[in-house]
Design a protein around this ligand. Structure first.
Ligand code: UDX
Length: 479
């Protein structure tokens, strides 16, 4: 098919903007494609899945992401955004080719599976009909981009100036549109003067808003992304390990986190203690980083991440144990209402969801688990068809011996606690996300069972104070 001439030539002839292809139209690619169209570019999204291409072409997003359907429909209608399964066609019609395919965890290993990235880059490089820049956005182990750069120069047709740069993406699910249109920073790794100029043109709108641009080499760009995720994961596991200490000492971790957060060097975000992190990114990205760090001999990084992962996975086990304990040592044939299935609020994503993980584990122990989530019912049903699902919070609470809050949806936080209590058989509740106003829920009749550790600690304190009084020894203040 007839393609474009190089952007440099067209630009010289008055063309104002490079044309863009986006390879892979999952969370990252679909959002990036729609955002690029919103920024005024002609965009072609490419996916190997014809059903996905058909849905996107009809303005339908196959997952829940606030604001994205509106943006997609706006630009499919404006003609600025279209989708195809034909990668060669998209490559011929574009100047900047964003690689947005997934890098899942390999089966049976912590390493990232790079098959999709390798294939996408290889196919674009081979299909180039004029000069172009291939821009990696996928999260990859450090060293991947340099290897792909060599591949691009080997595979690009003779006489074509083909470059590869890395421009990691930091979007959060649930806030993907805002994060893409107004990023915190733009990282450009391994870009030549020409490709940097092209990418600055692509990101002209956020740059004009003051978004900082960090220009660096390829390994730094790759590592910025995984280090950002590793830091966020570490912050969550830090507060979760402190929450264990709080439970034992009778302190309130939420108040503690508020107090810590007032220190601008620490900040309040990602200090919510609870069930820990999940989703399609943080868990697999820290594991891939752990794997790569070990390969490179960076053992302290690997052992830190191992600890972060262990603390995080331990949170799920802890809630399961708390539920068993709250029901007197067994959940067999007890009814448990689970509020939340998504890995976090404002998404229907249940990939590595701590909430579903806990629900499924309790189900396997013989509990009658009824799950409700405002958005993730279909995705949860697909992953765990054997669990029971209710259509509302009330369905989940009806007849329950115990209610678990496992995703902090606003609907749960703002629920009428007294009304909900009227449906439950027992008003035992475990707030796995520390998101409820405990005093208000207690006055509405709900009982928050104490953790076994806290009960133990209190008992020890009582025994200790009796002994202390008997012996008349003054208590020693903790340092
Ligand atoms: C993350 C990164 O934030 C984003 O920059 C990157 O591009 C992709 O990975 P996302 O997976 O959408 O984004 O989720 P995020 O908002 O980071 O939350 C991850 C998990 O951490 C969720 O399960 C959430 O519930 C949990 N979390 C978050 C906590 O347990 N406590 C907190 O304080 C914050």
């Amino acid at each position: 098919m007839a393609g474009l001439t190089s952007f440099d030539e067209r630009h010289g002839d008055g063309a104002a903007r490079p044309a863009i292809s986006v390879i892979g139209t999952g969370y990252l690619g679909a959002t990036h494609a729609a955002a690029m169209a919103e920024m005024g570019f002609d965009v072609i999204g490419v996916d190997v899945d014809p059903a996905k291409v058909a849905a996107l072409s009809a303005g339908i997003i196959p997952f829940f992401e606030p604001g994205l359907p509106e943006l997609l429909q706006k630009h499919v209608a404006s003609g600025r955004l279209r989708f195809t399964t034909d990668l060669a066609e998209a490559t011929a019609l574009s100047d900047v080719h964003f690689i947005c395919v997934g890098t899942p965890q390999q089966r049976g290993s912590n390493a990232a599976d790079l098959r999709f990235v390798d294939t996408a880059v290889e196919q674009v490089a081979r299909a180039l009909t004029h000069d172009g820049v291939i821009v990696g956005k996928s999260t990859v182990p450090v060293g991947t981009a340099a290897r792909l750069q060599r591949l691009v120069s080997l595979l690009a047709p003779a006489g074509i100036d083909a470059e590869l740069a890395w421009n990691p993406e930091f979007l959060r699910e649930g806030k993907a549109v805002g994060d893409t249109l107004h990023p915190d920073r733009i990282v450009l790794g391994g870009a030549s003067e020409r490709s940097e100029a092209l990418l600055r043109m692509v990101y002209a709108a956020p740059i004009a808003e003051g978004t900082p641009v960090v220009v660096c080499d390829l390994p730094t760009a790759e590592l910025v992304k995984v280090s950002a995720n590793a830091f966020l994961a570490t912050k969550i596991s830090f507060i979760n390990s402190i929450s264990e200490l709080c439970d034992l000492a009778g302190a309130d971790v939420s108040v503690l986190a508020d107090a810590l957060g007032h220190d601008v060097r620490i900040g309040r975000q990602f200090l919510n203690a609870g069930l820990g992190f999940g989703g399609g990114c943080l868990p697999k990205d820290i594991r891939a980083l752990m794997f790569r760090a070990t390969e490179l001999g960076a053992h302290s990084a690997a052992s830190l991440l191992q600890q972060v992962d262990e603390i995080n996975m331990g949170r799920r086990q802890r809630i399961i144990e708390q539920a068993v304990e709250a029901l007197g040592g067994s959940v067999l044939n007890r009814r448990i209402g689970v509020l939340g299935a998504a890995f976090k609020p404002n998404t229907d994503d249940v990939r590595d969801s701590p909430a579903l993980n806990v629900a499924a584990a309790l189900h396997l122990r013989g509990a009658q688990v009824v799950v409700y989530d405002p958005e993730a019912m279909d995705t949860a049903r697909r992953l765990f068809p054997t669990l029971s699902y209710g259509e509302s919070m009330t369905d989940a609470a009806r007849g329950a011996d115990l209610v678990l809050v496992l995703t902090e949806w606003t609907e749960f936080i703002e629920a009428d606690a007294a009304e909900l209590a009227s449906f439950a058989t027992s008003t035992l509740i475990i707030d796995g996300r520390n998101c409820l106003d405990r005093a208000a829920w207690e006055s509405a009749g709900w009982i928050f069972p104490q953790t076994p550790a806290a009960v133990d600690a209190q008992q020890q304190e009582i025994v200790g104070s009796r002994t202390t009084r008997a012996r008349n020894i003054p208590a020693i203040a903790a340092s």
